[in-house]
Design a protein around this ligand. Structure first.
Ligand code: M6R
Length: 365
């Protein structure tokens, strides 16, 4: 039931504060992650993990890419991330004491399951899953499972599944980090930041009409670029995926530093550039990069931390977001991009909840 909402996607975007909180419920205290709540055998399985191999598809793959930053930053454990359809068709080297981590909303994605089954033959320390559907094949075939509490996701474009995957992955990263020397202070600081996420997402949702206004600039465009740096690069990828899926506008994501290495040549008044969560220094760099295309009408849309004090000017549109902890920022910064693509799609009149050619769950290759 869509209730008061025009589309399931919008309803699911708005459910995020609630389902993110539900995903943390019983799993964190004020200051720490309760490791047993991630699985009775978690302590044993996470001890001596020397490498994490993440496998997923689509949006879930983007969640894995964010997690790589957390796992390497907080736990200091090397982490590789690969799309399932690539992993399963190449010869791969699984290092000793690898935790094999599959991320999937449905738990039935054919490529992800095939990758898991194949890896089992090759041998690894343990199979872990982040999943939204209890009793799914992925859940049944994994040793350690963190269920996201997103509830049923009806819209084909994944929204609340992604932000709850990130929430679960951050709790997992902290648990793993504790086995690898993370200090209690740092853990407490990040757990406090996790508690603030639902409220911060609410603050972003309050910008809905401003974002709707911004979406008009994209309606008649055929191409767009999304830029992000560090853990916001996968957020840019996810923003680009949302836009192409539901509005059919070609959207490409690049790490911000790559702009000058090629894509800048494409930028003109027909190619809006969206930038996620830059600090001042990065915005200055981007501005000077774009200077050269300004004359041709290049326009930059920046989603920035209020505290970064990025000022709007001709050709530079700024959406100010609440100040967030840098570790939890990818969760919060995802939400305005979801709203942006939603409104572009509504303006274009596409089928938001059931985009052409796509299925909710890809159970065949
Ligand atoms: O159920 P899964 O998380 O395994 O699905 C993976 C992808 O098919 C899925 O995320 C897809 O990319 C979404 N339509 C993205 O919005």
């Amino acid at each position: 039931d869509k209730g008061e909402y025009r589309h399931y996607m919008l309803k699911e975007i708005y459910e995020q504060p609630k389902v993110i909180k539900a995903t943390t419920e019983g799993r964190i205290t004020d200051s720490k992650v309760l490791e047993q709540a991630l699985g009775t055998d978690a302590a044993n399985l996470l001890e001596n993990v020397r490498h994490v191999q993440i496998i997923a598809c689509g949006t879930s793959y983007h969640a894995g890419m964010v997690a790589r930053y957390w796992i390497e930053e907080l736990a200091g454990v090397p982490c590789s991330v690969e799309v399932a359809s690539e992993f399963r068709y190449r010869k791969h080297v699984i290092q000793p004491d690898t935790l094999f981590l599959c991320i999937s909303q449905s738990g039935e994605t054919a490529d992800t399951l095939a990758a898991l089954r194949q890896a089992k033959k090759a041998g690894f320390r343990a199979a872990m899953a982040i999943c939204n559907v209890a009793g799914s094949s992925l859940v049944r075939e994994s040793d350690l499972v963190i269920m996201t509490q997103a509830g049923p996701e009806i819209g084909v474009a994944s929204t609340k599944a992604f932000t709850t995957q990130l929430t679960a992955l951050l709790m997992f990263s902290l648990a793993l980090a504790r086995h690898n020397g993370l200090s209690e202070e740092r853990e407490a600081d990040i757990v406090r930041a996790i508690h603030q996420v639902p409220g911060q997402v609410n603050d972003v949702l309050a910008l809905n009409s401003e974002i709707e206004e911004m979406s008009k600039a994209f309606m008649d465009k055929n191409h767009s670029l999304f830029l992000g740096r560090g853990s916001q690069y996968p957020v840019a990828m996810e923003g680009a995926l949302k836009l192409k899926e539901i509005s059919y506008i070609h959207a490409e994501a690049y790490p911000a530093g790559e702009l000058k290495h090629g894509p800048l040549a494409l930028v003109d008044s027909e190619m809006p550039v969206v930038t996620v969560a830059p600090n001042n220094e990065l915005v200055e760099k981007l501005k000077s990069n774009l200077e050269e295309v300004r004359a041709r009408g290049g326009e930059l849309f920046v989603f920035a931390d209020r505290a970064a004090d990025v000022k709007a000017e001709a050709g530079l549109h700024v959406m100010q977001l609440p100040s967030v902890h840098e570790i939890t920022a990818p969760i919060v910064y995802t939400v305005p991009l979801q709203l942006l693509s939603y409104h572009v799609a509504v303006l274009k009149g596409t089928d938001v909840d059931q985009p052409r050619n796509l299925a909710k769950s890809v159970t065949v290759e």
